[in-house]
Design a protein around this ligand. Structure first.
Ligand code: PNS
Length: 186
């Protein structure tokens, strides 16, 4: 006797995972388009150990919440550790959705997509990024804004003032540490 196949989830749900530090206009575009393909999009804020955060996970969640307020069928969750595939299984997601801006993104994303499928059969759907936002990433936005460059339109309007404020705070902290190295956080 063979085991019954897993029940089809009643809600056609996908997960858009990422660091979102902070959410960019490119992320918003991908989530908005994913919401036309799936009944529910769960935007999952995951810690990427390779990246030091500018915003805490809770702050990123709040920025995502404000940026995606106008998009129906979206839920934003912070995922505290563990594998993405386990989270997706737990919440009954049938696919991961990721935006692809370039061949470099593809080279970064493909092994993760294959690994996730290997581990659990979870499929990844790639959406081509908006060509007008091809150069926009959270890390470049932080770098450019950190040096005084104009990133208007690259992040949602609600994110821009909070990004500039946080970068200014970090600048002040760095100056204070330079003046007094004992203040440096561990
Ligand atoms: O926005 P990022 O930093 O490119 O997102 C990468 C992220 C967080 C989606 C990826 O590192 C991830 O899925 N982390 C969760 C842990 C996991 O499942 N790792 C194995 C991936 S194959």
């Amino acid at each position: 006797m063979t085991a019954d196949p897993p029940a089809r989830p009643s809600v056609h749900r996908c997960v858009c995972p990422g660091s979102f530090d902070p959410v960019t206009s490119g992320h918003v575009d991908v989530v908005r388009r994913a919401s036309t393909l799936f009944e529910e999009v769960v935007v999952a804020v995951l810690a990427n150990p390779a990246k030091r955060g500018l915003f805490s996970a809770a702050e990123r969640q709040e920025l995502l919440h404000d940026s995606l307020a106008a998009v129906a069928g979206v839920r934003i969750e912070v995922v505290e550790g563990g594998l993405l595939v386990d989270y997706c299984r737990r919440i009954g997601a049938v696919a991961v959705v990721k935006g692809l801006r370039s061949g470099t993104d593809f080279a970064y994303e493909l092994p993760m997509a294959l690994m996730n499928r290997h581990l659990s059969g979870l499929e990844t759907v790639f959406l081509p990024g908006d060509p007008q936002l091809e150069h926009v990433s959270s890390s470049l936005v932080k770098e450019v804004a950190g040096h005084g460059g104009d990133v208007t339109g690259m992040v949602p309007d609600v994110v821009l003032p909070r990004l500039l404020e946080r970068l200014a705070e970090r600048r002040t902290e760095r100056l204070a540490e330079r003046a007094d190295p004992a203040r440096r956080s561990p």
